[in-house]
Write a new protein. Structure first.
Length: 420
């Protein structure tokens, strides 16, 4: 017999935290082709539980970017066509722009996730005290949502026009009979439309929509909920387990394939999972990329322009100085090379002695770039001596202090060692 309220977890239940977190982290980080059959079956159940007829038109797109533009464009075209049919008047191209503000009102706009995810979430929250409910959810949130979903959500920016056109055409042709002119007109106003999406696998650990914590309390603690609430949860969890972002509409469902690759790095070796444990990172390619090639270039958790990762040699001093984000600028500088930047910037020496030459360059909205130029004590085979530029803290004002800092010793100790 299960429980109807949980105020405290048993030790045997707590012992399964790591197992459950790892299970759902793996779901959130799945790559490769989506499980299309499972997704369609699950989303059909979601519509049924929401009391909305399933449209039977499921359009697959290759990336979240395409979804963000294609889904509202398809909804726009469908709505305009249906309005024209109801009014009995032909739809003119000029009428598209006039109807933009209200044209996408035909979207489900939260009905599916509200009736399925919301009902389950509310029931579980009322049965599980806050000290308990976040245990598993937090671990998955940090490992998946924090590293991937936030980056993707902030990156869906410009349009991939050809891919959007294909997706819109496929969706509208499957839902209504529409001519080429109307599809083209829909694209003209896409920038004024919007997208109501659900995160799929990237919301594996979300507090309101995630499947990690609801499944834990259903399967591990045997929490009992009234009616069909757990069946609703299973339907929604099926969409998380099978695909990435998706967008519900009363006439179509548009859904994105899983990423082709996700690259992360461990931030803190003592914390293998949980919030802040990992972050997106790749030195030479997108850190997360979808089948159509669209993705995010991220270095140590900071999203940067593609050229910073794939062609840092093409960066210029002007580009680096013009970057307003200090974190991005710092990464651009590291990829460009601090020594090269200092030289091309024409930085002037602030101190020179037998120990080396200290250079300083002021950077807007960031700490100064300070480097000391030193000569290798060991000669090369040809008798020459290599010179190196070493970055030091911006507080350094003398070359001697800077060189001593690179050896990890106090200036007076370094001076004595050098004389010896």
């Amino acid at each position: 017999m299960g429980r109807t309220r949980i105020d405290q977890l048993a030790d045997s239940e707590r012992a399964r935290f790591d197992e459950w977190a790892d299970r759902w982290i793996a779901i959130g980080l799945r790559t490769g082709p989506a499980d299309r059959e499972k997704f369609v079956a699950s989303v059909r159940d979601c519509y049924r539980f929401a009391g909305i007829p399933f449209p039977e038109v499921v359009v697959w797109v290759p990336s979240p970017l395409v979804l963000a533009f294609a889904a509202p464009a398809a909804a726009l075209a469908i709505e305009l066509i249906e309005r024209a049919r109801r009014s009995g008047f032909p739809l003119r191209r000029g009428a598209v722009r006039d109807a933009v503000d209200g044209a996408v009102d035909g979207a489900v706009d939260g009905a599916v996730d509200g009736a399925v995810g919301g009902a389950v979430g509310g029931a579980v929250r009322s049965a599980v005290r806050s000290a308990v409910r976040g245990a598993v959810r937090g671990a998955v949130d940090g490992a998946v949502d924090g590293a991937v979903d936030t980056a993707v959500d902030t990156a869906v920016g410009g349009a991939v026009r050809d891919a959007v056109r294909d997706a819109v055409g496929g969706a509208v042709r499957g839902a209504v009979d529409v001519d080429r002119e109307i599809r083209r007109a829909s694209l003209d106003v896409i920038s004024r439309s919007y997208s109501k999406y659900i995160g799929g696998q990237l919301w594996a650990g979300g507090w309101y929509y995630g499947g990690a914590w609801t499944s834990f309390f259903r399967e591990v603690t045997q929490l009992e909920l009234r009616g069909d609430l757990w069946d609703r949860a299973r339907a929604y969890e099926g969409t998380i387990e099978s695909a990435c972002w998706w967008w519900p509409h009363r006439r179509i469902v548009m859904v994105c394939e899983r990423p082709a690759a996700i690259h992360r790095e461990l931030v803190d070796p003592t914390r293998p999972r949980g919030w802040g444990s990992h972050r997106l990172h790749h030195d030479t390619a997108p850190a997360v990329v979808w089948p159509d090639g669209w993705g995010l270039h991220v270095v140590h958790g900071v999203r940067v322009p593609a050229k910073v990762v794939e062609a840092p040699e093409t960066l210029t001093v002007a580009e680096i100085r013009g970057e307003t984000n200090a974190e991005v600028r710092r990464i651009m500088l590291a990829r460009f090379g601090a020594e090269r930047y200092l030289r091309e910037l024409g930085a002037k020496p602030v101190d020179a002695s037998d120990y080396g030459t200290l250079y300083r360059a002021e950077l807007e909205d960031d700490e100064p770039l300070v480097m000391v130029e030193v000569e290798n004590a060991t000669a090369e085979p040809d008798g020459t001596r290599r010179r190196y530029m070493l970055r030091v803290p911006p507080s350094m004002e003398r070359a001697r202090d800077a060189v001593a800092w690179t050896f990890g010793i106090a200036p007076d100790q370094y001076e004595l060692a050098a004389q010896t």
